[in-house]
Design a binder for this molecule. Structure first.
Ligand code: NAD
Length: 494
């Protein structure tokens, strides 16, 4: 399904969830309209957008789309006329949702999809009395909508395959991971867990067994970390060991009949219990404002998601795949046969994830760019990844980076590499990173000594003729170039 033409979203209800949807669409390049009778809506959405702008781009290793436009509308009718996706996020009252759908379906384009953020209602309930029932689906997100990828997509018993396919394609295009829920049930899948855990937590507090802080510690120092990366069953599988899931169930199954859980009973939410929970929560977290907590949460989520991305696992693998849908990782310039100047091996944008607390490209990223340049050069001389797989490689023995200027987010950078010297074992190179397409100010230079090694022996050894014969013409041509003044510099030299 092509989503190239679907670039306009209408957000009905701009609260916590609607604001998150607006941010998700805007930062994915969509134009957005919002309608909400609350006079504070612009302020509320602006705060969510602030949070989204400082966190979501940190997940990407490619340039994000240019942000779309945002317009506040006075009526649902005006908001939906041009929309390809309409996301209803009004409070959880069925009658209110029905009223909103009736107006939407009078004014929306016939092929517009209506997603509902409902936490509890089924598609059949939402569709009661609708003019075009099949165009309404549950698209249940998780707070913060701009960071968490999961969407429970429930199309119900009367699902229309075309609507489901189009909905999935659109959700994927804005970096969300649709989980197609097969059956229509109250509260879909994920909130059933949250409800079960919530009931247990209420009992633990009511019975005086644990405080809010102790319950949170029981989650965040232990199984919460396991769940974030493997979920429930894959974790249990490991616990079962080589004997597998059946063994795990045999081992822990009998516990199910012991009274570990109070799951089916709900403690009465008396004023006393509510007061007790609030007091404990104030003690636990009262030193932070909600805004501070949101930012701490977002920073932690970015850290966890980026770690999973490095591991190419779970939600991290999904983020990597989303990068691939958005574009190639780095636009690496193609090396020319012109050896009469330094080789231009890299050109790309400074990504938000490369920026530190000063707003400049972070130190480690310079070394990472140097590695990109060296890898490209090694590729050119026949010492790329295949060569490494065969047991030989060039290892970096020494690096000297000079920071000459600052690079800011979004700026174009390009990198060149000059071969200073080559012998059987050593490859001595000099990188220059400049702003712009190779013509701008010098941002950094780096001198590196690479050693040819036999990986298994862990020792330097002569490079083979196949590599040297490709490297030599470059080294000979580069020997005629001006030797950069910074070569051989020591730290602290004036
Ligand atoms: N809060 C969560 O964690 C969460 C998570 C997933 C899904 N949801 C679902 O999202 C929906 C919205 O929840 P929320 O937490 O954002 O609530 P909220 O109260 O923060 O926001 C609802 C907004 O809708 C506006 N509104 C009310 N009637 C409207 C109308 N007729 N037209 C336009 N706007 C209208 C309100 O002014 C308010 O700003 C609910 O269906 C809820 O079940 C909530």
């Amino acid at each position: 399904v092509s989503v190239a033409h679907t670039r306009s979203a209408a957000i009905i209800g701009g609260g916590v969830i609607g604001g998150g949807w607006a941010a998700r669409f805007l930062l994915s390049g969509w134009n957005v309209t919002i309608v909400d009778p609350d006079p504070q809506v612009q302020q509320k959405v602006a705060e969510v957008l602030d949070n989204a702008r400082r966190s979501l781009p940190l997940l990407a290793d490619v340039a994000m789309p240019v942000e779309g436009s945002l317009h506040y509308m006075d009526s649902v009718a005006a908001a939906v006329v041009d929309a390809d996706w309409i996301q209803e996020s009004v409070p959880e009252r069925l009658a209110d949702k029905h009223k909103v759908y009736a107006i939407i379906q009078q004014h929306a384009k016939p092929d517009a999809i209506i997603g509902s953020s409902t936490s509890g209602y089924t598609p059949s309930q939402l569709r009661e009395g609708a003019t075009f029932p099949e165009r309404i689906v549950v698209a249940h997100p998780f707070n913060p909508v701009y960071l968490l990828p999961l969407i429970e997509l429930v199309a119900g018993d009367k699902a229309d395959a075309e609507v489901v396919n189009a909905a999935q394609a659109i959700l994927l295009s804005i970096g969300m991971r649709p989980l197609l829920v097969r059956a229509e049930i109250d509260a879909h899948i994920a909130d059933r867990f949250l409800e079960a855990v919530w009931r247990e937590a209420l009992w633990l507090i009511k019975d005086g067994i644990a405080t809010t802080a102790e319950i949170d510690d029981a989650i965040r120092f232990g199984f919460g970390l396991r769940w974030a990366q493997m979920g429930l069953f894959e974790t249990c599988r490991i616990a079962g060991g080589e004997a597998g899931m059946a063994h795990f169930i045999a081992q822990f199954g009998p516990c199910l009949s012991s009274p570990w859980t109070k799951l089916m009973d709900v403690p009465e939410l008396t004023g006393e219990l509510v007061e007790q929970i609030s007091r404990q929560s104030d003690q636990q977290s009262g030193q932070y404002s909600i805004r501070e907590l949101e930012r701490i949460r977002d920073d932690n989520l970015v850290g966890i998601l980026r770690a999973l991305k490095t591991q190419d696992w779970g939600a991290g693998r999904f983020l990597r795949e989303h990068d691939e849908r958005l574009g190639s990782r780095l636009e690496v310039g193609s090396p020319t046969d012109d050896y009469n100047k330094p080789l231009r091996l890299f050109s790309g944008h400074v990504l938000p994830a490369w920026i530190d607390y000063n707003g400049h490209m972070t130190e480690a990223q310079y070394l990472s760019l140097c590695s990109t340049l060296s890898d490209k050069l090694l590729d050119m001389i026949g010492a790329g990844l295949d060569y490494v797989a065969a047991g030989y490689s060039y290892y970096t023995a020494e690096t000297h980076i000079m920071h000459r200027d600052e690079a800011k987010s979004g700026e174009t950078l390009s990198g060149t590499t000059q071969v200073l010297a080559l012998d059987n074992k050593r490859l001595h190179i000099f990188h220059v990173i400049r702003a712009g397409q190779g013509d701008g100010r010098v941002v950094a230079t780096a001198e590196q000594m690479l050693l040819h090694v036999d990986v298994a022996a862990g020792k330097a050894c002569d490079a083979p003729a196949s590599v040297l014969s490709r490297a030599r013409p470059i080294a000979e041509a580069h020997a005629r170039l001006v030797r950069p003044a910074a070569v051989g510099r020591a730290v602290g030299q004036r």
